[in-house]
Design a protein around this ligand. Sequence first.
Ligand code: E4P
Length: 227
Amino acid sequence: MQYIIDSADTKAIRRCIEFFPVAGVTTNPTIISREKADFKALIAEIRSIIGPDRMLHIQTTSDVAEDIVKEAEELKKIAGGDFYIKIPVSAEGLKAISILKGKGIKVTATAIFTQQQAMLAALAGADYVAPYINRLDNIVSDGVHVVEEIVELFKKHSISCKVLAASFKNVEQVHKVAMVGCPAVTINPELFDQLIYHPLTLYAVDAFTADWEMVYGDKKILDLLGE
Ligand code: E4P
């Protein structure tokens, strides 16, 4: 399973890369705008933090196929490394996906809310489809169930496109999409910390430390081995 950072905050990305097993970064126009930064410099900085081998997904701001294709080609040059253009599902978007497929540029079809949007994007040539879990939950449409059915459809029809679930607000949503076989999730940096947080873990570690210190004081194993 792939865990991806849904952020353009370079400080947060740097920290996630240092501590978590991260497969890449996804952005969208909202996430990029939040940084109020020079666009090209921001993309270059994100790439230098994550290195060439991790995925970098950047969303198009155009809505006509030919412009999306041009944007993707230019963005690929700036982003370098393992680059994906994110394209919202629309008729123009599907056309752009199939043109880009022919040009060898990898695509993530985004803003997916239904199983059939995912199917058509996959058949057009998308490498990933990104259904929006929390936004589906907010309209009582069961984001996890939508992901489950997309995963099942791709399996039944031998489609190699992968599901990259997006728009998460809590750990339970992430866990449930993992349980239905979703191969990739993109989550905000705060959620990475929530995924490993448990008060009983902190309690257990405090108890181990207290027991150890009763006998060895503040010396660590490395101090003892060096004596
Ligand atoms: C990622 O690809 C999506 O753009 C993003 O996860 C949407 O998340 P939101 O619903 O929290 O804005």
